[in-house]
Design a protein around this ligand. Structure first.
Ligand code: ATP
Ligand code: MG
Length: 503
């Protein structure tokens, strides 16, 4: 019986003693070891009475068993619903209720907090701890290491993945088997992944980047993962010599560059460095090349679509851009008001269509209708343009666009100028309410270590480089920008903090 996602990613490795997970303590799990754990968990889930289409929510630390829980849900035809480990009890209660999960898997530390919630919602609670122990594994230990894969269609749902909640409350994106599989197939080809690849995996596995991009691509290619619980600079530097590729968020790269041990010699054997989930500063790209000789390959995607664009493997990886639409992904830039396509080079909202695009937001029909057009195009919420050579540039999120005195202002344009000023580490430009202009521009700055940027001099620099309506009304120095667990700057928090400044 067929189950395309399971068969292609996991089942194909049955019986293989090839390495799949290299663990921090030196232990290696082979593909077959992993499939054995997967089958045992699949038995537990079916013994608990779950049937195809049921949801399994998991808020667990990263471990081989946690990844096997994803594989087990796939094998048993269940919908996997990974949750950010930073979520609090209140947030979890929303996700568990919203998703209608029948089983919730959590760390034992959360058991007492979650028991009243799951009891009230009629869901079953199991535990899985960072070291692999817990009630799930206790039951799994007694189960056979093979499981009859449940038949699924490519159009059946495989996962509900909640968005990062950068712009508001997280939304559950309904992803089918084919959404995931088609994208993994494309990425393996585009990025030349093979069974020889060893990917250094320091990303969380509750998010599309670490779970689907990194894991699915490696599984499909038959390679292995250096599976680290989190990004720890010392450990990453220690393990890099065994890896061929690294996938990271931009902060991985800035942190590596901040360390003198990160040298050209340490990376000379590496095949590929990939970045995504948030914008990589062109400056980081340049610094990285100067230090290592490698050009980071930046790509662009999101929870709802997996990956949409990528810089080329061969050919110019252009700093500050996210490359070209992937094969099978159509991308257009449209006027937010009319929805009409804009001429080449103009900034508008980015829309995408392809086998990668999700089926809608779970139990949010209005939001789905507003963002997913009937013709299949998804309005991403990002603003950008396509340049003369076809490279896609992201200029920011629609929700971060500033409209001041009737002018559209793209924060990124001002941030690029601010970031270039002496003593500035990074910046975030936001719009805050203003009685005359509707909104006005505020520049929030973080100083480089040990520096005190001269804001008056900066204001002059900005004035000489940007049109008057884009000038920040004020520059404010703060210690650090608010970021969520994926390293994304949370401008909504900044907007809230400064909303009364001119009101
Ligand atoms: P929410 O939708 O809940 O507000 P989110 O959009 O941050 O949260 P994700 O799906 O994790 O949730 O992130 C996708 C977004 O991340 C994209 O829409 C885009 O804004 C941003 N992003 C991803 N890759 C890049 C990139 N290479 N450059 C710039 N932005 C990127
Ligand atoms: Mg989003």
């Amino acid at each position: 019986m067929a189950n395309p996602l399971y068969d292609r990613l996991f089942g194909t490795h049955a019986g293989k003693s090839t390495p799949f997970l290299h663990l921090p303590d030196g232990k290696v799990l082979s593909h077959q070891d992993f499939l054995g754990i997967t089958a045992q968990i699949a038995h537990v889930l079916t013994h608990l009475g779950l049937t195809p289409g049921d949801r399994v929510a998991a808020q667990v630390e990263k471990s081989p068993e946690a990844l096997a829980l994803y594989a087990a849900c796939t094998q048993a035809g269940l919908i996997f619903l990974p949750l950010n480990t930073a979520y609090t009890a209140d947030e979890l209660s929303y996700f568990i209720e919203n998703s209608g999960a029948s089983v919730v898997v959590c760390d034992a530390r959360m058991e007492d907090t979650l028991t009243p919630i799951t009891t009230q919602l009629g869901a079953r609670l199991e535990t899985l701890n960072a070291d692999g122990s817990g009630t799930l594994s206790d039951q799994a230990a007694a189960m056979p290491e093979t499981f009859d894969t449940v038949a699924r269609d490519a159009e059946d749902l495989a996962a509900f993945l909640y968005t990062s909640g950068t712009t508001g409350r997280s939304k559950g994106a309904m992803l089918t088997q084919n959404n995931l599989l088609s994208n993994a197939e494309t990425l393996v080809k585009e990025w030349r992944f093979t069974a020889d690849d060893v990917l250094l995996h320091a990303l969380p596995i509750f998010h599309t980047h670490g779970l689907f991009v990194a894991s699915n691509v490696t599984l499909l290619a038959g390679g292995s993962l250096i599976f680290l619980p989190k990004f720890d600079l010392d450990v990453v530097i220690e393990k890099l010599p065994q890896a061929t590729t690294l996938m990271g968020v931009p902060t991985f790269y800035t942190r590596l560059l901040s360390d003198d041990r990160f040298t050209g010699a340490l990376t000379s054997h590496m095949r590929l460095f990939i970045s995504g989930s948030a914008p990589l500063l062109a400056e980081t790209h340049v610094q990285f090349e100067t230090r290592t000789g490698h050009r980071i390959l930046e790509r662009y995607g999101m929870t709802e679509t997996n990956m949409n664009t990528s810089n080329p493997y061969e050919g110019e990886r252009r700093a500050g851009t996210v490359g070209f639409p992937l094969p099978g992904v159509e991308l257009k830039v449209t006027d937010p008001a009319s929805g009409d396509s804009l001429p080449h080079g103009e900034v508008g909202q980015i829309e995408v269509r392809g086998a990668n695009v999700f089926k809608g937001y779970w139990q949010m029909p209005e939001k789905t209708a507003a963002e997913l057009r009937e013709d299949g195009f998804f309005i991403t919420g990002d603003l950008g343009k396509v340049d003369a050579d076809g490279y896609v540039h992201i200029v920011g999120r629609n929700k971060d666009l500033i409209i001041s005195g009737g002018y559209n202002i793209y924060p990124k344009e001002i941030e690029l100028v601010l970031d270039d000023q002496p003593g500035v580490l990074e910046s975030a430009v936001i719009g805050v309410p203003h009685p005359d202009f509707g909104e006005t521009v505020l520049g929030i700055l973080v100083a480089a270590p040990g520096e005190t940027p001269d804001t008056a001099a900066m204001m002059e620099a900005v004035q000489s480089q940007l049109a008057r309506f884009k000038h920040p009304r004020q520059l404010i120095l703060i210690d650090e920008l608010p970021r969520n667990t994926m390293g994304k700057v949370q401008k909504n928090i900044l907007r809230e903090a400064y909303k009364d400044m001119f009101a």
